[in-house]
Ligand binder design. Structure first.
Ligand code: UGA
Length: 433
């Protein structure tokens, strides 16, 4: 049996490890954060992700999944090591590869057998080549190592489902051996496996994410124009989506894309292109549109309120999208900062994101246990995330609970007719007022 180790127990690493165990492999997940590993050993996922807890427990009990901080023991006799650590954004927009190289160094210094190292983290084009040279430089034993690229396409909130039934598995390998090892590992998944060179595989990941980000920024741009020319973005996207070449996915306008991937991956590819002496103008435009879009609701509210000083502001939804407790690059963060700095009293509600939000704003925001409580006596309300429980609220609640029902919805949660019927002043994105 192939001994598989996964380095990094974050979104990518953990879900990969758990799903590989689920399809029958024996997997050890390594992370340097002791608290995280302690939780995982008890069968508790440190991240909120549907089905993950159940699968962790099931596979620990079946003796297919284990967790450790002892990387030396884990790496030393592994056949395949997946690297699934974070590659956050540097100040200048480039990708920070410190975690990747830290793990690469640890691997080089501890492995005692031939080993295939597989980079799942999103890394700039050419990184696989560099990591292979780096590891070979630091090897302590006379073993054969090879690095292969295998980018991850899971989305938060649907991570397990996306991995177990992925649209495709991309393998970037420079040898038949590496390609075969990965094909064998992924055989139980029964999904299309696309093999290519390492640089193409690295590019598939960036190009896919940047294309999706571009699609969102494009539709936000069109939505903004719809507002000024009197068109309705919902009718427009419906009309567009019947063209199968366009489709109906990722055409929802809003207050911009957030999360740990699109903002970082658009900036990283743009940064890389400039390094190469080529400017990716389309991606640059997507980034610029997104930066402005974050404050779209604030701009609307400023037309109605001279100042937010002393106002009670209800904020519904904090996470960057529904189905996750992740706040990375969530538009709610800079918007709440603005409100707090202007002296507003912010009352927030999110079904799962409040604990993480408290780490950013421990005292400046009042956290309520329900949306209704947050709306009590509020002067105005912002909706930043389209949680199902928010979308299905009866709009009369806004009228009944708020002092003045001024609702600014950044995710088009409600029908315009419903707002009108409930007697609410309702502003959304790309739709007539
Ligand atoms: C994204 C990609 O969808 C995954 O395919 C990819 O594997 C992942 O990044 C990654 O690189 O790891 P994720 O960031 O979890 O996944 O979330 P998405 O569902 O793509 O949403 C990203 C942002 O775009 C959210 O803020 C969401 O609100 C926004 N969005 C999405 C829109 O504003 N409009 C849409 O139509 C769709």
């Amino acid at each position: 049996m192939t001994r598989i180790v996964v380095a990094g127990a974050g979104y990518v690493g953990l879900v990969t490890g758990v799903c590989l165990a689920e399809v029958g492999h024996k997997v050890t997940c390594v992370d340097f954060v002791e608290d995280k590993i302690d939780l995982l050993k008890k069968g508790v996922s440190p991240i909120y992700e549907p089905d993950l807890n159940e699968l962790i427990r099931k596979n620990i009990n079946a003796d297919k999944l284990s967790f450790t901080t002892d990387y030396k023991n884990a790496y030393c006799d592994a056949d395949v090591i997946f690297i699934g650590v974070g590659t956050p954004e540097n100040e200048d927009g480039s990708a920070n590869l410190n975690f990747v190289y830290t793990v690469a160094r640890q691997i080089a210094e501890t492995i005692t057998r031939d080993c295939l190292i597989v980079i799942k983290s999103t890394v700039p084009i050419g990184t696989n080549d560099k990591v292979e040279i780096f590891i070979k430089n630091y090897l302590k034993h006379d073993v054969h190592v090879e690095v292969a690229s295998n980018p991850e396409f899971l989305a938060q909130g649907t991570a397990v489902r996306d991995t177990l039934s992925a649209s495709r598995i991309v393998i970037g390998a420079e040898s038949e051996h590496a390609k075969q090892v990965l094909q064998d590992i992924y055989a139980p998944f029964k999904q299309p496996i696309l093999s290519m060179n390492r640089r193409s595989a690295e590019m598939v990941k960036y190009a896919s994410n940047d294309f999706l980000a571009l699609k969102i920024s494009f539709i936000n741009d069109i939505a903004n124009l719809c507002e000024t020319v009197g068109a309705n973005i919902e009718e427009v996207t419906t009309g567009m989506s019947y063209d199968a070449r366009i489709g109906n996915k990722f055409l929802n306008p809003g207050i911009g894309y957030g999360g740990s991937c699109f903002p970082k991956d658009t900036k990283a590819l743009h940064w890389l292109s400039e390094e190469e002496g080529y400017v990716l103008r389309t991606v640059k435009a997507a980034i610029e549109v997104n930066e402005k879009q974050k404050f779209k609701l604030m701009k609307k509210a400023r037309k109605d309120f001279a100042s937010f000083q002393g106002l009670k502001v209800a904020v519904l939804g904090l996470t960057f999208k529904p189905g996750t407790d992740d706040l990375r690059e969530a538009p709610s963060i800079p918007n709440v900062r603005l409100l707090v700095n202007e002296g507003a009293q912010v009352y927030a509600y999110d079904p799962v994101g409040m604990e993480n939000f408290k780490k950013i704003y421990p005292t400046q925001v009042v956290y309520e246990s329900t949306a209704e409580k947050a709306l009590e006596d509020a002067d105005l309300c912002f909706i930043f995330t389209e949680w199902e429980e928010i979308k299905t609220m009866d709009m009369k609640v806004f009228k009944d609970k708020m002092k003045t029902p001024f609702v600014y919805d950044g995710r088009n949660c409600f029908a315009l007719a419903e707002a009108e019927e409930a007697g609410i002043y309702y502003q959304s994105i790309g739709r007539p007022e």
